[in-house]
Design a protein around this ligand. Structure first.
Ligand SMILES: Cc1cc2nc3c(=O)[nH]c(=O)nc-3n(C[C@H](O)[C@H](O)[C@H](O)COP(=O)(O)OP(=O)(O)OC[C@H]3O[C@@H](n4cnc5c(N)ncnc54)[C@H](O)[C@@H]3O)c2cc1C
Length: 370
């Protein structure tokens, strides 16, 4: 039975950071927007993210990721201020800078930084002690990216959700989309457990679940869940000053002294259970970077399911050409926090047929029917 029939200019399916930034961008561009999430907004991957506002080892990613990240990085501070003004919740954007130790492709890093205009310094052992006194003393050198910032993901999620309400987005939580409404003209809405919602435009931002939403079109989107586990120490403010990265283990110092370490990369389907084995491994690796962490209690362990794309981490930000009015913004893998503002801007540019901020063909869904 149809309980409700809600009409908007656009429906955004999925209230993670990608869906929320998308909804905000579309609303600011003048559309009426309904945002639908089957649980509470921002409680999946987006909540669990470390909030480093850069890909790790950014030079190892292809140009489409760099370009989106660069756009976001240059807008994040102002966007955070705007969102905070709407919501009154501070997501703690902080420009800590990132120190990367023990890697072998420094020359590639230098070339990449010069090509894309990132400030980068080579630090010697003596400088390392000065920059980060708590760092394990055996590291001989590091690369330093002073402009890299972080944001506190759970606070960003709360802040942007409140901002959406202020900006007039109609948020429907505990509402699960089970089917797309498609006729010969294209998309006309979605079917949910609370009835039909109608719109000429629908953007799918379902994170690791986006492929399921497209399955009825027999389109295969290679986005799959990739579990990541994190630990949080209740340390003291100032123990660590910078974001620290070594061999894919990172430390993130929050303003209140808490330190996060992550993360695992596990292909275990939709299983979100934390494991003891991951906790032991993360704890060991964190102490190898900063031995003083041994003295502080582990306050929390959690997991999240990243929307992993097999396409070198390039997300899908694209119209589904075979179904006019249907769009996808998904597959941001390890970089969905940093890429969210740029991906939202790009999908809005595509929808409004405005000059795009980056080359859209890089993020196009290829419509090979399975
Ligand atoms: C441990 C970990 C650390 C990370 N660290 C970083 C980092 O430091 N920096 C960074 O940039 N990125 C990081 N990421 C990646 C980042 O968190 C993700 O890429 C990003 O959150 C993806 O956002 P999303 O909105 O696409 O997905 P999600 O946040 O998973 O949101 C998808 C939403 O869609 C909803 N949904 C799904 N199906 C339906 C349906 N049928 N009907 C209605 N709603 C539906 C879900 O309920 C969910 O709320 C990290 C991820 C993890 C797990």
């Amino acid at each position: 039975m149809v309980a409700e029939a809600i009409v908007a200019d656009c429906i955004v399916v999925g209230g993670g950071l990608i869906g929320m930034f998308t909804a905000r961008e579309l609303a600011l561009s003048g559309m009426t927007v309904t945002l639908i999430d089957r649980n509470q907004c921002g409680q999946e991957s987006s909540w669990s993210g470390g909030g480093i506002l850069s890909p790790l080892y950014p030079w190892r990613y292809p140009e489409p990721v760099t370009r989106l990240a660069a756009w976001s990085q240059s807008h994040f501070q102002n966007l955070t201020a705007e969102i905070m003004q709407d919501s009154g919740i501070d997501p703690e954007w902080s420009q800590n800078g990132m120190l990367l130790v023990s890697m072998e492709d420094e020359l590639e890093a230098e070339r990449w930084a010069a090509q894309f205009g990132y400030e980068m310094h080579n630090l010697m052992k003596s400088e390392l002690t000065q920059y980060e006194p708590a760092l394990e003393k055996h590291f001989q050198r590091a690369l330093y990216f002073p402009d890299i910032a972080q944001i506190r993901s759970p606070r960003l999620v709360k802040s942007i959700k409140k901002s959406l309400v202020v900006r007039g987005v109609d948020i429907k939580e505990n509402t699960s989309v089970s089917k797309l409404l498609i006729d010969q003209r294209g998309i006309s809405g979605v079917v949910t457990n609370h009835g039909h919602y109608y719109a000429d435009k629908v953007v799918l931002c379902g994170g690791a679940w986006t492929g399921q939403l497209l399955a009825e079109l027999e389109l295969q989107l290679d986005v799959e869940p990739v579990r990541g586990q994190m630990l949080m120490y209740k340390a003291r403010p100032g123990l660590i000053q910078h974001l620290l990265l070594s061999d894919n283990v990172y430390l993130i110092p929050r303003r209140d002294g808490r330190v996060l370490t992550g993360s695992t990369i596990e292909y275990v389907g939709y299983d979100k259970m934390p494991t003891e084995q991951a906790a032991d491994m993360l704890h060991k690796n964190a102490r190898q970077l900063v031995p003083a962490l041994e003295k502080f209690p582990i306050e929390m362990q959690w997991t999240g399911l990243r929307p992993g794309s097999k396409n070198q981490g390039i997300p899908y930000v694209s119209e589904i050409l075979s179904t006019p009015g249907l769009y996808v913004n998904a597959g941001h893998f390890r970089n969905g926090v940093v890429l969210a503002p740029a991906s939202a801007k790009l999908i809005a540019d595509i929808i409004f047929q405005r000059p795009p901020i980056v080359e859209p063909s890089w993020y196009q869904v290829s419509e090979t029917v399975t």
